[in-house]
Write a protein that binds this ligand. Structure first.
Ligand code: ADP
Length: 163
């Protein structure tokens, strides 16, 4: 069984993340989508909200598990019995951070490895941060996120009730 962890903030999950999950499922038998609890960023959604959104969005993918982790990614990987992490790469700007992180993690655990999937042309401009900003000002994010996320964003920004 090949399995990998797809870690991130997922604040909130976007169509870009979902495309990486679906492509990851072609490479791995199981994927653990893991929300980092100790991200330095100030989140819009709480970890519990993000987990709930991810569970709802990915419920039709039985080979995907949703989890959260705290502390070092390499420790979480060991705890989950895998050494492989899946990450998405958008632009050059992602590369430097990902390159540093992959190497730092390998320094901490030499058996650790990262698999990078290059984003598709329809998702390269999508980031959770831009989704939050566009939604905050009432912009249309329907082609960037699943409809449940769109609803949650509207609710968060007081633009209507979530179903
Ligand atoms: P982090 O806070 O760790 O950057 P994110 O939730 O922003 O976490 O993203 C998790 C992973 O998904 C990262 O590897 C990121 O590069 C990737 N990712 C995010 N958005 C996209 C996208 N539109 N296309 C491809 N990969 C993406």
């Amino acid at each position: 069984m090949r399995h990998a962890i797809y870690p991130g903030s997922f604040d909130p999950v976007t169509n870009g993340h979902l495309a990486i999950v679906d492509r990851g499922l072609r490479l791995f038998d199981r994927l653990i989508v893991a929300v980092a609890r100790n991200s330095a960023k100030r989140p819009l959604f709480t970890v519990e909200e993000r987990l709930e959104i991810l569970r709802g969005t990915l419920k039709e993918r039985p080979r995907v598990e949703i989890d959260a982790f705290e502390g070092l990614l390499v420790d979480y990987c060991k705890h989950r019995g895998t050494h492989t992490v899946l990450r998405g790469l958008r632009a050059v700007s992602d590369f430097e951070y990902e390159f540093q992180m992959a190497n730092m993690n390998r320094k901490l655990d030499p058996s650790f490895d990262s698999v990078f999937l290059m984003t598709g042309e329809e998702h390269f401009y999508i980031s959770s941060q831009f989704v939050r900003e566009v939604a905050m000002f009432g912009g249309d994010v329907s082609c960037l996120v699943p409809s449940t996320v769109q609803e949650r964003l509207r609710h968060k920004y007081g633009q209507g009730k979530a179903k």
